[in-house]
Design a protein around this ligand. Sequence first.
Ligand code: CP
Length: 318
Amino acid sequence: MTVKAAPRLRGKDLVGIDPLSPGEIQLILDTAEQMRDIAQRPIKKVPALRGKTVVNLFMEASTRTRFSFEVAEKRLSADSLNFSASASSVSKGETLLDTALNLEAMQPDFIVLRHQYAGAPHQLARILKSSVINAGDGAHEHPTQALLDALTIRLKRQTLEGQVVAIVGDLQHSRVVRSNILLLSRMGAKVRVAGPPSLIPVGMDAMGCEVYRRMEEAIAGADVVMMLRIQLERQGRMNFPTVREYYDFYALTPERLKLAKKDCLVMHPGPMNRGVEIDSRVADGPQSVILEQVTNGVAVRMAVLYLLAGGHGEPAAD
Ligand code: CP
C-alpha cells in the first residue's frame, strides 16, 4: 500500500480520524516531522500563525494535551487564550454552546475543545466559523493522540504498514483506542485489542481490529504494545474484582513483554497508573517510548494547527 501525502487538509475542523483520508494523515505526519526540527533550534519559534488566535477550551482535566497545544501555539507565534471551567461562567450554569458562541464573538481562529461528552466538538464545529479541534471527547475520539502515536511508531519503524500493534486495557472508556484503531488500520497496520470482557465494547471487531480476551495472545509477536489507563473516574462500578487481580491478568510486566518482538515499542498515552496496567520496570525501561510520545505531541499539534490554517510545505523560519 503506497500512500501519497494529500496537498492540503480538506476540512475546516479536526473532530476525529474518520473524516481523514490516508493522504491527509500522511500529510499531517510529514508536516509534524518538519515541525520536530523547530524544537532543535536555538530559537524555537516560527511566524507561521502570527496574528491567529487560539482558544484552549478544556472542560475536563488534562496535562499533556493542554500543555502541548499551548507549546505548539507559542512555537507557531499564535496568541493563546486558556479557558478554565471553574473560573468561568460555566460554574454559574452557562452551557457549552453559549460559552462557545460568546468566545467566538471575540473572533478567534481556532477552538481546541476537550469535553466529557462524546460529540461535543462535532456539535461546535457545525455552528462555529472557527476551526474546532477535538482534544478528547468523552470515550469517543482523541484524534491528535492517535496522530502522535502514529508519528512515534513511524519515526522508529519508518512505516506504519504491516506493524502489529496490540492495544491493551480499558477499551470501553478509551477514546485513544477508537482513534488509534481507525488511524492505524487505515494506514495498513494490524491492530489487536485485549482487555477484561467487562471492558470490551460490543462490536469492537467491526472497527477493523482483532479482539482478544487474553492479553498474552494479543501481544505475542507484536511490534508495538500500547497500554491503556484504567479509567476509574468513568466507571460507575468496578468492572473487575480488585486492582491486584487486574495487575495479575492485564498489566504489562517484564515477563509478559518478552512475548512480544524483541524490539517491541512500549507506549502509553498517559497518565499512567503505575503498578496497575503497567509495571514501572517496563514504563521506565529501554523499550519505552512514552516520553517520546509526549515530545511528538507538540509537533503533531503544530502540524494540525498549521495545516488547518491553510499552510503547506515547511513553515518559514523567523
Ligand atoms: N494523553 C492525554 O490525553 O493526556 P492528558 O489527559 O494529560 O491530556
